[in-house]
Design a protein around this ligand. Sequence first.
Ligand code: PBG
Length: 326
Amino acid sequence: MAGFPQLRLRRLRRNEALRALVRENRFDAGDLVYPIFVVEGKGIKQEIASMPGILRFSPDRLDAEIEEVAGLKIPAVLLFGIPEHKDELGSSAYAPEGVVQQAVRRIKKLAPQLLVITDVCLCEYTSHGHCGVVVGEEVDNDRTLPLLAKTALSHAEAGADIVAPSDMMDGRVKAIRESLDKNGFQHIPILSYAAKYASAFYGPFREAAESAPQFGDRLSYQMDPPNIREALREIEQDIAEGADIIMVKPALPYLDVIRKARDSFNYPLAAYNVSGEYAMVKAAVSQGWLDERRAVMEIITAIKRAGADIIITYHAKDVARWLQSA
Ligand code: PBG
């Protein structure tokens, strides 16, 4: 067995050509998904204080943003809607003229080859801000399912390419699959937020999407952060119900869960580098404490190395640009 001084691991690190030759993980723009917030109304293009560089667009103001994303060869966007009207049952989520439905139609017209993924959840649409129907102080799982199925179907009818349920109700993938299949959308895949943790890192998103719960928290439906075996059971259940792509969310505090999911299931795996992860980087960069490009590329590399095939990130446009200039 060779040891030092015959063995020198530094030999393969001497220059960039050698390092590139033995590089174990790579990613390109084709692995990325860019989230976009669409707000009901006209002529709106609004900054989000806690997410510098991310805006909220009304459907009529999306054109330049979509052109940019498509031009950077990012294959997909993930849409979140902020409706004008909220109620107990989140009815704007499944309105045929809802904000996401309008945005989907517009984007498919502007860039037909760009995949449009829609977040299927009620939290942005309910007056109480929970991801399901509230009965008393409880989020009622079974009463929520038909509304989620209706929402996913209305997204598919508007032209969505993939629907992505993020509510964490039991049985939602099955309910959505049945409703899509019954209505001629057998070909539309479901990307399920299968292992979604009750995370502090969604904070900035809730400001962006106006979806903070008005009472209580999401601990009774999203996963408890210490658990990993349970994440595998969540994923197993979603696959059994018909999920085509599975997701772990957030990404950075859950790289071990991503790795375990990669090793346990032969399904395409997505990881969501969420709003709080983005905000932390932006805050440090604005203070001059981090080199943004190096920090972000390292973060995306880490998520890839953990085993994600698809990375949903607010950094997607920057990453795609940096990859082009590398
Ligand atoms: C629910 C949803 C949330 C996120 C994506 N879908 C928020 C939540 O569960 O409270 C968070 C995404 C992020 O933080 O970037 N519709």
